[in-house]
Design a protein around this ligand. Sequence first.
Ligand code: PEP
Ligand code: MG
Length: 362
Amino acid sequence: GDELVEAVHRIMNHADERRRMEVRANADNPDDAARARRFGARGIGLCRTEHMFLGDRRRLVEDLILASSKDERRAALDALEPLQKSDFAGILAAMDGLPVTIRLIDPPLHEFLPDLTALSVKIALAGDTASSRDRGLLEAVKRLHEQNPMLGLRGVRLGLVIPGLFAMQVRAIAEAVAERRAAGGDPRAEIMIPLVSAVQELEGVRDEAERILAEVGVEALIGTMIEVPRAALTAGQIAEAADFFSFGTNDLTQMTWGFSRDDVEAAFFSRYLDLGIFGVSPFETLDRSGVGRLMTIAVEEGRATRPGIKLGICGEHGGDPESVHFCHEIGLDYVSCSPFRVPVARLEAGRAALVSAEPESR
Ligand code: PEP
Ligand code: MG
C-alpha cells in the first residue's frame, strides 16, 4: 500500500517538474476548492457564480427581476452583496496564495424564475386572492420567455440588461480581497466575463470593474471566456480589453457544430461514428479541426494584440487526456477541470511537455 502511494507520488512529482501548463480546478465552493488543492490544483480556473443564487437566494433574485424602480433594484442588489462577499471570502481562503478565477453570473435567466405552468396553476387556483408578487412574476416569466435560453439572455448579456448586477459582484469580490489582505492573507482573485462575442460588450464591464477595484483599493486581472465562435474570430480585438482568455469549450463546441450540449448522447450520433466524423461525440476531444482551429486562431490573435495575455481552458475538455495534449501544443498556460480530474490532467500535462521535447533531446 505505502509503496504504491509513494510510487504514485513520485510519478506525479515527475510530471509536475516537467509540465509547462499549470493545472487548476473548476470549483464553486470552499469544500470543492480544498479538495481540488489536495489533488494538486494550483488555483481555480472557473468559479461559476450562478450556483450561488439558487436555494433561499432565489427570492432575492426574483426581487431584482421584479424591481420596477432604481431604488427597488438597488435594495435587491444590496441584499445580495454581503452574501456574495462571504461566498468569495470562503473560496479565496481555501485557495490562499493561488489564482481564483471568479466568473460573473452566467445562467439562462429562466433558471431563476418559477416554472410558467406551475405559476399559472397557482394563480388560477388562488383566483382573486393571488398575490401581486405572483402576478408580477407571471408577467416577468412571459416577458422573458425565450425559445432557446442557452442562446439567449445569459452571461455578459445579463450584465448589460440588469444595471448594477455585475457591479455588485465585482464589489463583493473586491471587498472580500481587501478584507483578506488586511488580515494577512494572500488572495488572488481574477474576474472573468462570460459569453462575450464582441469587444464592445467587454469594454463597459471592464471600465466599471476597474473603477470599483480602484475605489476599494485592490487589483485583479480582468479577462473573458472565449466560448462563442465570434469571440475566437475577433480575439485580436477582444484582447484589447482582456488580461486573460479562458476557453469555454462546452459552449464553443455547441455553437461551432450546432449540436446541443444538453443532448450530448443524441441517438443520431451513431450515424456520425459510421461516417468517421468524430469518435464518441463532438464533445469528447479537441483536435486541430473545427473547435481546435478556432482556439488556435484566438491564441494567435490574442497574443498578437497582447503578448503577455494569459491563456487557459475551463470547459470539460480541460480534463480530457488527449485534449490536455492539444492545449499544450497550442500554447495554453493552464487547463482547469473538475477536482477529481486534476491528477490526470497533471500527469498528461507532464507527458505532453515530454513528448514535445523529444525531437530535440534525441
Ligand atoms: C463552457 O462553456 O465551456 C464553460 C466552461 O462554461 P459553462 O459550462 O458554465 O457554460
Ligand atoms: Mg459556457
